[in-house]
Design a binder for this molecule. Structure first.
Ligand code: AMP
Length: 431
């Protein structure tokens, strides 16, 4: 289905053509017709599926169809996102989609000065993208009014709940005097999510899409068993030997990230950092350098990298396995987008074998192990044997991202498994 056949304004079609969008992605094909009719939407979709355009294009079109002069402190559409990076990225996408219109888009999030945001808000904006905490600060200071909002989007709503933003989300709802069209997007579902959705959405159209439809068979997965203390050397060696040009590396701790960047630099590999302790401007700069190919490696922690969109990213490395198997799915979602080939590489120490088992259970496949000569982990076989027999390990297998959703975890696992099926080109090995 082409964008030209969707009756979007010529300004939008022209911008989308310049973005290189020809056909609608599955989520866009499902969501756009309902959203344009003004229906509330509850969608299960992950980053990388084209969800930003799915919710923002109908909003842009509807605003263009009902032009209004911009009131001071006023906002017509509000999009809430859990992290600064995601908010900045959504605003950037919308700015591209609206470049041939006179709509005004702004992004407000923590880590940047309140005063410049205040001035922007005072003049009024058509589409505001915000993180909940910073938005509430501005609301409390009366820098912005949410009273007349016509469109409201909760993007990555599951992550917002995980991050404890529920009070802020409800507070936002309390500020609204109108009956806005509300769209809620999330990668996973849970009891808490469903409760919130049934509270605030009116007869929502439910939409579910698998990532497989947009990125089927484009990611290959591989595991390198290795001792924790040898991981750094292994990374440098693989980058050099295999001549990897652009690598996003996930670690679990900021300290690991700092250390790793230093060490990579010593090996002559230009690397940048993206973690929560870095100022917003520094994170932005790092991302730009990485995107432009000035830095070969970006080392990131989970939260900082949430929602990052890097076009045609070829390699994602799990330097540390994520604490939760579901985060593996989120992390590898950074690669293999839009039909391009991607590689997900995981370094797995003995202690992380259990997470690997959980990841394999979640995605329903066994991942190919590659043992690099000189990096064989010590005593791995004995450890794996113990792991398969000890009750303590088995107990930990029921972990989920969100403690309130124990009962729905199996349903969620099925959904995540569906989401990754097809996308993952996984070599199956016999034990
Ligand atoms: P998102 O899931 O919104 O983060 O989008 C993932 C990536 O897909 C972004 O780089 C978008 O610019 C891109 N994208 C979104 N819609 C389309 C489309 N219809 N055709 C091609 N690329 C798209």
């Amino acid at each position: 289905m082409s964008f030209a056949s969707q009756n979007f304004s010529p300004e939008i079609v022209r911008a989308l053509t310049e973005c290189g969008y020809e056909k609608l992605t599955p989520i866009q094909a499902q969501a756009i017709p309902h959203a344009r009719r003004g229906s509330d939407i509850l969608a299960n979709a992950q980053t990388g599926t084209g969800k930003t355009a799915a919710f923002s294009l109908p909003i842009i079109q509807q605003i263009l169809e009902k032009p209004k002069s911009r009131g001071r402190f006023n906002v017509r559409a509000l999009i809430l996102a859990p992290t600064r990076e995601l908010a900045a990225q959504i605003a950037q996408n919308i700015a591209e989609y609206t470049k041939y219109t006179d709509l005004k888009t702004a992004a407000i999030y923590g880590g940047t000065k309140m005063s410049s945001q205040e001035r922007t808000l005072e003049k009024g904006v058509d589409i505001l993208v915000a993180t909940p905490g910073r938005l509430i600060e501005h609301v409390d200071l009366k820098n912005v009014s949410l009273a007349n909002i016509e469109f409201l989007v909760f993007d990555e709503a599951d992550r917002m709940l995980d991050m404890g933003f529920i009070t802020d989300m409800r507070k936002v709802m309390g500020e609204v005097n109108t009956n806005p069209q509300i769209m809620m997007f999330s990668a996973t579902s849970s009891k808490q999510m469903n409760a919130l959705a049934s509270d605030i959405l009116r007869k929502p159209k439910r939409i579910m899409v698998d990532r497989e439809n947009t990125t089927a068979d484009t990611v290959s997965h591989v595991v390198y068993p290795v001792d924790q203390e040898r991981k750094r050397e292994l990374l440098s060696e693989l980058i050099g030997k295999k001549n990897w040009k652009q690598v996003l590396v996930f670690v679990n701790y900021k300290e690991t990230a700092n250390e790793l960047v230093k060490e990579l630099k010593k090996d002559g590999i230009k690397a940048v950092l993206c973690h929560g302790d870095k100022a917003q401007s520094a994170r932005r700069r790092a991302l730009d350098e990485f995107k432009e190919g000035k830095a070969r490696v970006m080392v990131a922690t989970e939260v900082a990298a949430r929602g990052l969109d890097i076009q045609a990213l070829p390699h994602v490395v799990n330097f540390d396995m994520p604490f939760l198997a579901e985060d593996y799915v989120h992390r590898i979602g950074r690669t293999g987008r839009a039909g391009l080939k991607g590689h997900a590489i995981s370094f797995v120490s003995k202690e992380e074998e259990l997470t690997l088992v959980q990841v394999e259970q979640l995605i329903g496949q066994r991942i190919h192990r590659v043992q690099l000569l000189g990096y064989e982990p010590a005593n791995r076989d004995a450890f794996v044997q113990k792991m398969n027999t000890k009750a303590a390990f088995k107990d930990r297998k029921g972990r989920t991202n969100n403690p309130t959703e124990q009962q729905s975890s199996s349903e969620r696992r099925v959904r995540l498994r569906q989401a990754i099926k097809g996308k993952a080109k996984i070599t199956t090995l016999k034990k």
